[in-house]
Design a protein around this ligand. Sequence first.
Ligand code: HAM
Length: 505
Amino acid sequence: MAAAPSLLILHPRLTFFATTLRHFSLIHYQFSVHPPTPSRLPVLFARSRHHSYSSSTSNATETPHAGRSSSVSSPPNQAVDYAQKIDVNPPKGTRDFPPEEMRLRNWLFHNFREVSELFGFEEVDYPVLESEALYIRKAGEEIRDQLYCFEDKGNRRVALRPELTPSLARLVIQKGKSVPLPIKWFAIGQCWRYERMTRGRRREHYQWNMDIIGVPDVTGEAELISSIVTFFKRIGITAKDVGFKISSRKVLQKVLSLYSVPETSFAKACIIIDKMGKIPMEEIKKELKAVELSNDAIEDLLQVLSMKSLTELEEKLGGAGEAVRELKQLFSLAEKFGYSEWIQFDASVVRGLAYYTGIVFEGFDREGKLRAICGGGRYDRLLSTFGGDDIPACGFGFGDAVIIELLKERQLLPEVPVEVENIVCSLDPDLQGAAATVATLLRGKGQCVDLVLENKPLKWVFKRAARINAQRLILVGSSEWERGMVNVKILSTGEQHEVNLDDLQ
Ligand code: HAM
């Protein structure tokens, strides 16, 4: 049965929502002050013709609606002038999740959740729509230009969240001292970025985040990387497939301090350096000069950024500095956690977000075919940029899109079949109610049941049972039902027996 248009009419004092179906009509309405008088209803329907709908009834002709009864019982499904052929694809860069995709997403999120809980983290979430101010940072980040932002009906500047970290910071400030430290929170949420689309990069993606607030030591970063490694192992990804590049923004800070580069240029320089490999080196140098870095500082910086060994870095910066000390501690902890083979020092990793202050890391696929799988680091000063007191913090974001691409590459994508344990079917239209009783009984015992809702031939029922991977077919026939019995067929073996309703498990 095709659904006719939905009507949504907003009036300052009345919100009226009516859904009409071809064979019956349904009206929900809500009043802020007065209910609509019957005589107002036709007017509302008439106005609705100016909205656009996708309607399968567009060929019908319109009839006038003379009063309440005709408006309600004769829906305006005959109108043609609002019919509009829609593009059935979702907006560019966004996805639908039909059942098979949804099962895969649920499998992925289930693993995100289980790993987070294994590490003692609690789940949180925030609104997808946030105040735009949360994302306005002045360091020239790419994320700022990719913002989906607009003015709402109350003239407030709002944005669809491009990431979860600013919302986390907002909530931590809001909670204040009521939450004991350290906070260990995880979230799985949809993020929006108007990105140039590449493999694994979309305009909407889901991100798994784990963050630790209140731990100043690199034990925090070491724990976070351990959780990502645990996740990879669970889904069949090994250290041969994936690695983590690790560095610290304190390395850059140290180099820049040697050249008296102003503090305000630091975040800007990091954002520019993050573009290395994406834009020509000449362009990078030009941009660095524009944020007050001398030629000598730039050359020294680029030399340090090419370093791939901690020993080399130590020789350059001396072992006493915080950057080297923390990196060494992290590598030593990685040994104790047992994930040394997954990580490597790479000074070129700086990350493209302004707020990182210390260790930064990125997960990458060793074949180099995909963009970063995940990334994170320490952001000890983000809270004060929102007017709160600074609390040491570190965390990571892990997208759902790149990992799926990687699993496809490695042929590790799991089959996640639909699984409904039972299919219940009546053999006679008069026994539809009896079949409903059986389904309710089983569901009450925690069994999943697909109830056949129409009178279908058995061939159809078997086909459906196979599609949903049902283990049992429960047939409700009149002779058994009269004796309080049903017929249970085990679909894998073909074995069949009558079972008393009271014994049905
Ligand atoms: P990010 O590096 O911008 O960091 O994003 C983290 C991860 O989200 C990326 O490594 C990637 O897996 C995924 N991702 C980002 N943008 C897209 C996109 N357009 N399409 C598909 N996947 C994408 C952050 O967002 C930080 N807030 C992470 C963080 C949390 N740092 C500390 N706590």
